[in-house]
Design a protein around this ligand. Structure first.
Ligand code: LER
Ligand code: MN
Length: 269
């Protein structure tokens, strides 16, 4: 049995696959009621009071934070480490440090997913953007080391970004960064679009795997589409995966029903 988690956001967000976005009290209450082991928290600005309130509530809830997501800084505020603007870089570094502090009590991996942005311009400009991202990731991992927090790159499908779509591309970046506390979060929705074989690429992620977004091909709860999660849990066992399976799913038909579908399916695996 794997530890279970569901992804919530304390603030409303245009980024869709989150449950109870903007209503963390109901999100947390539902995770407790349905006996998830943890929650993934998607944070926009870690300096918001609501983030502090949520942290306190999780600490007294018996749940843990499985993972922390950071994409809202890009989706809502346009902050990305590809930027040539030093003000953007330093604003994002400040946020990432505060997000790592948020994750620290649980040593929860902090995800570098949507936040990494997109590559733009000609090949020379894109190369410079990649260098800036590598440098930024090095700074995040260096800061995170002190509290034993890991960073984790999430490959995302081509319709959302042109930068790191597959697990092998993420492994290449990990190799270039060269930090011990940098791994991968895989997301079965994206893998279904990009990977030749979901099972093989999970195997490839092996020791670098820090978390798994277990979500079906239609971005609904696992079990509501056609991905073979039994095959994938067999691979997770084979690679001795110790992390969470995380429902990062659309709130369809509503957040509570989707959370119930996810936990029921997780338990059936
Ligand atoms: C984030 O976890 C994710 O899966 C992406 O769709 C973000 O764009
Ligand atoms: Mn994801």
């Amino acid at each position: 049995m794997f530890k279970t988690s569901m992804a919530i956001s304390p603030t409303p967000t245009p980024f869709a696959p989150l449950l109870f976005a903007g209503d963390w009290r109901r999100g947390l209450a539902t995770a407790i009621e349905l006996e998830f082991d943890g929650v993934e928290v998607s944070i926009r600005d870690p300096h918001d009071q609501v983030v502090e309130d949520l942290k306190g509530a999780i600490q007294s809830s018996g749940l843990v934070v499985s993972t922390v997501a950071t994409g809202q800084s890009y989706y809502s505020d346009g902050l990305s480490p590809t930027s040539f603007d030093p003000n953007i870089q330093s604003k994002l570094l400040d946020r990432m440090k505060a997000i790592i502090d948020f994750a620290a009590p649980w040593k929860a991996p902090v995800i570098i997913g949507g936040v990494r942005g997109k590559l733009e311009g000609n090949p020379i400009e894109q190369k410079a953007q990649i260098s800036r991202v590598l440098e930024s990731i090095r700074m995040y991992t260096e800061y995170a080391e002190a509290s034993s927090v890991s960073l984790a790159i999430e490959p995302i499908n081509r319709y959302e970004t042109n930068f790191i779509n597959t697990i092998s591309e993420a492994l290449e970046i990990i190799n270039q960064v060269g930090s011990e506390n940098l791994g991968i979060i895989s997301d079965t929705f994206h893998m279904n679009i990009e990977e030749v074989s979901l099972a093989e690429s999970l195997r490839m992620a092996g020791p670098w795997l820090k978390g798994v977004h277990f979500v079906d091909n239609n971005r609904k709860a696992a079990g509501q589409g056609h991905i073979d999660f039994h095959e994938l849990t067999a691979v997770l066992s084979e690679i001795s995966y110790q992390g969470f399976i995380i429902a990062e799913i659309l709130p369809l038909p509503d957040s509570r029903t989707a959370a119930k579908q996810a936990i029921a399916f997780f338990r059936s695996l």
